[in-house]
Design a protein around this ligand. Structure first.
Ligand code: FES
Ligand code: FES
Length: 153
C-alpha cells in the first residue's frame, strides 16, 4: 500500500509516496540520495543508520518512513552550516576519532543531540548514550574523547 507523506530533511521540505513497509533509511538513501545515512546491520543494533527525528537520534533502519510524516529529519549532510563543520565534527577530527568512517555519521548525530540538550554528562553517561553505536574499527577511546571535548567546548 502506498501513502503520501511530507517531512523536512535538513530544512528542505520533501513530499513523496512511500510503500508503508519502507524504512526511513531506504527512503533517505535510495530515493533522496542522503548516502551519509549508512546501512550496517539493518536490525537496530549498530547505530550506523542514525538520523535525528525532531532532535532525537533514531535507528532509521527500523523506523518506518510513514512515521516521519510531519517530522523534522536531520542527517549528517545537514550538520555543517555554510561550509563550516560543527563543533562535534571538529572534535572528531581533532581527537582522531575516525578510522574507516562508516560509523562516524551515526556517532556525530547522537553526539549532536547530546550537545544540543545542554546537559552535563559524566564519562560513564557518555558511554551509555553512545552504547547503541558499534565501531568495527574499535576506535572507542578516541570517540569518547571527541564527544567529551564537544560537550566541554
Ligand atoms: S543499520 Fe540501523 S542500527 Fe544498524
Ligand atoms: S571508524 Fe570504522 S566502523 Fe567506526
Amino acid at each position: 500500500m502506498l501513502k503520501k507523506i511530507s517531512f523536512t530533511v535538513n530544512g528542505i521540505q520533501v513530499s513523496l509516496e512511500v510503500d508503508v513497509r519502507e524504512s526511513l533509511l531506504e527512503v533517505l538513501r535510495e530515493r533522496l540520495g542522503y548516502t551519509g545515512v549508512k546501512k550496517g546491520c539493518g536490525v537496530g543494533e549498530c547505530g550506523a543508520c542514525t538520523v535525528l527525528v525532531d532532535g532525537t537520534p533514531i535507528d532509521s533502519c527500523i523506523y518506518l518512513a510513514v512515521w516521519a510524516d510531519g517530522k523534522d529529519i536531520v542527517t549528517i549532510e545537514g550538520i555543517a552550516k555554510n561550509g563550516e563543520l560543527s563543533k562535534v565534527q571538529k572534535a572528531f577530527i581533532e581527537e582522531g576519532a575516525i578510522q574507516c568512517g562508516f560509523c562516524t555519521p551515526g556517532y556525530v548525530l547522537t553526539a549532536t543531540a547530546m550537545v544540543e540538550s545542554g546537559k552535563k554528562y559524566t564519562r560513564e553517561e557518555i558511554k551509555r548514550e553512545l552504547s547503541g553505536h558499534l565501531c568495527r574499527c574499535t576506535g572507542y577511546q578516541n570517540i569518547i574523547k571527541a564527544v567529551e571535548k564537544a560537550l566541554a567546548d
